[in-house]
Design a protein around this ligand. Structure first.
Ligand code: NDP
Length: 436
């Protein structure tokens, strides 16, 4: 703790994984040899750098950039870039740590990393976003490579930002190394279904959890927090499964939509016009209204399934109590670590099906790895082919977590199953690679 002072999110993420490992130590004591746990908790490399850029008024602005290359036992570092004013080294470390086990769960050859900046994209012009991305890549490019470290998107980083970053990488290196970044647009080497993958993947994961109880999404009421990339495609997929999404949100509040969220309108508001969720409510008209943040939490809306898809620690113990009281039967984490430790405890004690982020939201990075495969073979798969692969991967992740939990004497505990299955794959590889 002293070594990582002032990094509460990192402590939280490590604590959750280590808590699950008692059963591994009992069954396989060799995993405790050679300070393996200590090594796994220490990033291989952390890069912190200055990002100077010029705003539209001609003023020089300075942001801080981060890339934490956490673990490369299974493959090149892989994980998104986050642009949000709250970003600091502790947040990037928690995300990189989670990413390592998530990537292991996909079964694909990718290590774990994460990066970002405290840059706030809100209200910035297109030119400012471009100059910022170019300045960031001017430093970051020397640390990247398709066999070294492959970034992608996350909060505040979508197709536009990936394009500007790849453009600058290409210019600086004079290499068309498509596999150096994922989340690219189709026209220059992206993969079909990557944009949809995290939200779709979480929907498949929850569907598989519901099946273990003999039920499905059909006719269920669902609440999805956030209204960004993950949230939008979660809404789209679960509604195609016959569910009705009655609420989604942004950091200013939530919209309640009795008729079910209109995905086309949501995409237009958030993706095309980059407006707020309040505008969705205004344009949607009857049956929809906006509830500002100070007037209450989205988690007070009664639902059967909750899919938190905004940010870390957005769902507290109090929120979990409200959800359980209102009869929630399943929770699938689209975001990374959205539920606080208290909330997770409450869901587990109440017997709610709980899909932790490192398993449930792994569809995004899995499809990024499929994008790398397509780049390496200079191929481009159809949407159907790519989505079918995603579906199989999510089903495998679900089954791995489910079976691991049973093997370790905790049936139905997906948190334990995900932590143990992710950890053992990384740990096995690290043991074979020697003390590095
Ligand atoms: P986006 O930037 O597209 O959307 C983020 C959404 O969450 C926005 O609606 C945003 O509202 C809201 N949000 C962000 N920060 C906060 C906050 N501090 N408080 C309240 N609301 C907030 O990001 P993504 O959809 O890509 O990412 C969402 C989550 O999913 C993150 O936890 C990310 O790490 C995780 N994730 C994403 C993957 C991907 O493929 N994109 C893959 C796996 C996990 P506002 O606009 O008001 O800020």
């Amino acid at each position: 703790i002293e070594r990582n002072a002032g990094e509460p999110e990192f402590h939280q993420a490590v604590h959750e994984v280590l808590e699950s490992l008692g059963r591994v130590a009992a069954k396989h004591p060799h995993f405790l040899d050679d300070a393996l746990i200590e090594r796994i908790c220490e990033p291989e490399r952390q890069i912190i750098f200055r990002i100077p850029w010029v705003d539209d008024r001609g003023q020089v602005q300075i942001n801080r950039g981060f890339r934490v290359q956490f673990n490369s036992a299974l493959g090149p570092y892989k994980g998104g870039m986050r642009f949000h004013p709250s970003v600091n080294v502790g947040i990037i470390k928690f995300l990189g740590f989670e990413q390592t086990f998530k990537n292991a769960l996909t079964g694909l050859p990718i290590g774990g990393g994460k990066g970002g900046s405290d840059f706030d994209p809100k209200g910035k012009s297109d030119g400012e976003i471009m100059r910022f991305c170019q300045s960031l890549m001017t430093e970051l490019h020397r640390h990247l490579g398709e066999y070294t470290d492959v970034p992608a998107g996350d909060i505040g980083v979508g197709g536009r930002e990936i394009g500007y970053m790849f453009g600058q990488f290409k210019r600086l290196t004079n290499r068309y190394e498509a596999g150096v970044i994922t989340g690219k647009a189709l026209v220059y080497g992206g993969s079909r279904a990557r944009t949809e993958a995290t939200g779709y993947g979480n929907s498949y994961f929850v569907q598989a959890m519901l099946e273990t109880k003999g039920t499905s999404f059909d006719g269920k009421k669902v609440v999805v927090s956030g209204s960004g990339n993950v949230a939008i495609y979660t809404v789209e997929k679960v509604q195609s499964f016959g569910a009705k999404v009655i609420a989604c949100s942004d950091s200013s509040g939530y919209v309640l939509d009795e008729n079910g969220i209109d995905v086309a309108l949501l995409k237009d508001v958030k993706d095309a016009r980059r407006e707020r969720i309040r505008e969705y409510a205004e344009r949607r008209g009857e049956g929809a209204h906006f509830v500002p943040l100070e007037k209450g939490s989205i988690w007070n809306v009664p639902c059967d399934v909750a899919m938190p898809s905004a940010t870390q620690n957005e769902l507290s113990g109090r929120d979990a109590t409200a959800l359980v009281r209102n009869g929630v039967i399943a929770v699938g984490e689209g975001a990374n670590m959205p539920s606080t430790p208290d909330a997770i405890r409450i869901f587990r004690e109440a017997g709610v099906l709980f899909g932790p982020g490192k398993a449930a939201n792994a569809g995004g990075v899995a499809t990024s790895a499929l994008e790398m495969q397509q780049n390496a073979s200079r191929d481009s798969w159809s949407f159907e082919q790519t989505e079918a692969r995603l579906n199989v991967i999510m089903r495998n992740i679900h089954d791995t977590c489910y079976e691991t939990a049973e093997d370790y004497g905790a049936p139905g505990d997906y948190v334990l199953g995900a932590n143990i299955a992710g950890f053992t794959r990384v740990a096995e590889a690290m043991r074979m690679l020697g003390v590095i």
